[in-house]
Ligand binder design. Structure first.
Ligand code: C5P
Length: 422
């Protein structure tokens, strides 16, 4: 079987890797025919597994002609078992790419189903599995789909962020399969060791840039054992650090006290208080950076004086005097070597008005605002939904990012800042 690993039309000596392409039922299946060509042009050996749904859109013959290999459609095909059974296919693959992946296929993979050839191969393969969801925007946004995708990520699947735009059903929104060229790039990047579990098509868009991200809460000491802080989990900032790294940037993450692991390839500097954060930010911006993203939930106030010794219990009440902390993002925006400035805002009402106000007063280039009156997103949640506003000088419309996992939102925010020329 390995003999077929040498592609017929190799224009790229980088690889003789075997790609098992799974095609599920969706209108984007027609794009997958072209994807086979592009993968082969890039030097990959390609075999195709189609679900029953996929065959309603494109015939196996099309894929057979393009891949130059028999197409696999049935789990219980005696002939196939003798030749390229599911275990052999699963072993043959260096990478499994399921494109398009329907909501149904996602649900079945999440459940560990093995009731057709594709799901069985996915369970049986030691190779990495990339899924490229493609579906109606409402189905994409559905919490069940999003939760399933998060489960797949947790299992180590690579979930490719879909494109946004007009859809075959007439809707406009997220859920389009990226163009075949983009999917080929994602596969190539994987073999170059550049892929994390959330994959977007922002590769190289921040190449050569140094991005600094503040994340998590700050802690403002009252005495040697107590402090004032907040519930920020740091998840959004950490997800952005990964997204910027995946987009090719060098990333420095200034992290408050959170219990998240440092993303691979990201430089992490731990800070405690707002003043620590400002001092470290100034130092890094002095040395030069291109983009500054402030996701940290900086405590607005700190104790006027930090007691040297533990404050003793006394009386029925205790009065603390708090003084205002420096505004880190607004201070950096005034820096002589001002980077592209991105802020975050959390509002419970009049979101646009307040977000635009902050954009102005803090002199930012872009601000991402979330509605924290919604209990299902924000702070400690894995999901977020945001509206992004740009400084007037860019002449850009606001961008609405529908509710999705923070990693998906992060990839979208990278697209926004690239769009603004960061
Ligand atoms: O004013 P507000 O706290 O709503 O602004 C939020 C934005 O400002 C966030 O980007 C946050 O990281 C940043 N900020 C800061 N320093 C502060 C307060 C907020 O950098 N002291």
């Amino acid at each position: 079987m390995q003999a077929s690993a040498t592609p017929a039309s190799s224009t790229n000596s980088q690889t003789s890797k075997n790609i098992l392409l799974g095609v599920t039922g969706g209108i984007a299946a027609y794009k997958s025919a072209y994807l086979v060509r592009r993968l082969k042009d890039a030097g990959f050996a390609v075999r195709v597994v189609m679900t029953a749904g996929a065959q309603a859109f494109v015939t196996p013959l099309t894929f057979q002609a393009l891949s130059g290999e028999p197409v696999h459609t049935s789990l219980l095909d005696p002939e196939a078992e003798a030749g390229m059974g599911h275990i052999e296919l699963a072993r043959w693959a260096d990478l499994v790419l399921v494109a398009p992946t329907s909501a149904n296929a996602i649900a079945r993979m999440t459940a560990g189903a093995a009731d057709d050839l594709l799901t069985t191969v996915i369970l049986a393969t030691p190779a990495p599995v990339f899924v490229s969801p493609a579906m109606n925007q409402q189905m994409w946004q559905n919490r069940i789909t999003q939760r399933n995708l998060q489960t797949l990520r947790d299992y180590g699947f690579h979930v490719i962020t879909p494109d946004s735009g007009s859809q075959a059903c007439g809707d406009v929104g997220e859920g389009r399969m990226p163009e075949p060229e983009e999917l080929v790039k994602i596969v190539q990047y994987y073999f170059q060791g550049k892929t994390s579990t959330v994959v977007s098509t922002t590769y190289e868009t921040l190449a050569g840039k140094h991005v600094v991200i503040t994340a998590g809460p700050t802690r403002e000491a009252l005495d040697p054992v107590r402090y004032v802080s907040n519930h920020s989990s740091g998840k959004m900032g950490f997800a952005l650090a990964e997204a910027c790294r995946d987009a090719g940037a060098r990333v420095t993450l200034l992290a408050g006290p959170v219990s998240l692991p440092t993303p691979a390839g990201v430089e992490r500097i731990n800070i405690v208080s707002a003043r620590d954060l400002l001092a470290m930010s100034n130092k890094i911006v002095d040395a030069g950076c291109d983009v500054f993203i402030a996701t940290a939930a900086v405590a607005d106030y700190r104790a006027e004086t930090i007691a040297d010794q533990k404050i003793k219990k006394q009386g029925d009440s205790l009065t603390l005097t708090l003084v205002k902390n420096p505004d880190v993002v607004a201070t950096i925006a005034q820096h002589a070597k001002r980077p592209f400035m991105v802020g975050f805002a959390a509002e419970t009402q009049r979101m646009e008005e307040y977000a635009r106000g902050k954009l102005d007063t803090k002199q930012l280039d872009m601000i991402a605002c979330n509605d924290v009156s919604r209990g299902d997103i924000g702070f400690a949640s894995d999901d977020n939904a945001m509206t992004v506003f740009f400084s007037d000088r860019f002449g850009l419309e606001k961008v609405i990012l529908d509710k999705a996992n923070k990693h998906v939102i992060a990839a979208r925010l990278v697209e926004c800042l690239v769009q603004a020329g960061a």
